[in-house]
Write a protein that binds this ligand. Structure first.
Ligand code: MTE
Length: 393
């Protein structure tokens, strides 16, 4: 009996919070309601979005569960949970964001292919586990390596779930060896989420967390790690999660012309309001999140209550006493900031938010200019239409 088993149907799915908005049932893809998302800085596990491509694997015997390492200088090696637990434990607060976050809004411009998401395919958690750099050192690969003695330049993570896109094979992805072996990149093999053992939906018993990078590279239910010369050739690296220009559609696409998307760009969204919001004339509170990828923090969030004619700077908040999050300017290195602004509205209007990261990157004003056929990375200014009437806020 293997330690971890991958069901071929959806009869053994875990239970989930009834307040989640389900975007696809099988495989299970769901996000919290906007207001639930920003009710706390650290997203509770039950409200953390769930993004799957197949049925959720099941641990049958944790003691028998192991990760196989191949592509090493000598023979392959196998590590069990007890080996991983022995390594120093790190906790890293990091925002995970699906590249498809805000896809539904992009598809309103022109049809895109993929599961629809509102603004909550994102969450901020405190991940606990071993640093991948330490794990790789344990199997013989020194810290801060760019290439191994037998030419390995990428680290491939392979799961055991059965995905339609892989013809029933497992989900897989890779990151460069230089990132995997760099302790500063904080890549984790995580076994805890918000201080609790990881649950099945989020990758129990062991998953990868690649901070600052689109969620697609943070492989869940890890089965093997391969040191390879070229990046992973799996579907989700080569024929998905790539950013194309608006001129490319299904009749002229050439997947090989683009690199797999890694870091995510600067993003923000308003969560206290949606297009069904009705307000009375007077004060309105605008709350949401802002985040950037690649270890860049958030410099500023601008909010407009008149469709982008005038702007005020929102107040940012972070951590709220969470002991896992370091003090000082780096606390938003991998984590989002929550923001809040107030305005006085007198009639129906468009409320807009846009963020600026520490490299002064800004969000595009309109979704049309970043439309892409797979509907990834909709980071356009976030706009919400608010009507006047009997307030439902
Ligand atoms: N890992 C496996 N094995 N299978 C998957 O379907 N989905 C990926 C990634 N890792 C996936 C996976 C994608 S696209 C995202 S956005 C994140 O997991 C979502 O992680 P979460 O469900 O814990 O929020």
């Amino acid at each position: 009996m293997p330690g971890l088993r991958a069901p071929s149907d959806y009869k053994e799915e875990p239970s989930r919070h009834p307040a989640l908005v389900i975007n696809s049932k099988e495989p299970f893809n769901a996000e919290p309601r906007r207001a639930d998302l920003v009710s706390s800085y650290v997203t509770p596990v039950e409200f953390f979005y769930k993004r799957n491509h197949g049925p959720i694997p099941i641990v049958q015997d944790l003691h028998k569960y192991s990760v196989l390492f191949t592509g090493l200088k000598g023979s392959s090696k196998e590590l069990f949970m007890k080996d991983i637990w022995k390594l120093p434990k790190y906790t890293v607060a990091a925002t995970l964001q699906c590249a498809g976050n805000r896809r539904t809004a992009m598809s309103k411009t022109r049809k895109v292919k993929g599961v629809g998401w509102d603004v909550a395919a994102i969450g901020n958690a405190v991940w606990g586990g071993a640093k991948l750099a330490d794990v790789l050192e344990l199997v013989g690969i020194p810290k801060c390596s760019h290439v191994t003695s037998n030419g390995g330049k990428h680290v491939e993570f392979v799961s055991i779930d059965k995905c339609k896109e892989e013809n029933g094979g497992p989900y897989k992805a890779s990151i460069p060896l230089s990132q995997a072996t760099n302790p500063e990149a904080d890549v984790l093999l995580a076994y805890e989420m918000n201080g609790e053992t990881l649950n099945r939906d989020h990758g129990y018993p062991l998953r990868v967390i690649v901070p600052g990078v689109i969620g697609a590279r943070s492989v869940k239910w890890l089965d093997s790690i391969n040191i390879i010369a070229e990046e992973c050739q799996g579907f989700f690296m080569q024929r998905d999660y790539k950013m194309f220009p608006p001129s490319v559609d299904w009749d002229n696409i050439d997947w090989s012309t683009r690199r797999p998307q890694m870091d995510f760009p600067v993003q923000c969204a308003i969560c206290s309001l949606d297009d069904k919001s009705v307000a009375k004339p007077g004060k309105i509170t605008i709350k949401g999140y802002a985040v950037s990828g690649g270890g860049r923090g958030i410099e500023r969030v601008d909010v407009s209550i008149d469709g982008g004619k005038t702007w005020v700077e929102a107040i940012k908040s972070q951590k709220a006493g969470n002991p896992y999050i370091p003090d000082g300017e780096n606390s938003d290195k991998w984590s989002w900031v929550l923001f809040e602004a107030e305005g006085d509205i007198h009639g129906s209007t468009e409320i807009v938010a846009k963020a600026v990261d520490t490299a002064a990157n800004v969000q595009p004003e309109n979704v049309e200019v970043i439309w892409n056929l797979r509907g990834i990375l909709n980071t356009s200014w976030h706009r919400v239409q608010v009507r006047m009437g009997h307030s439902n806020l």
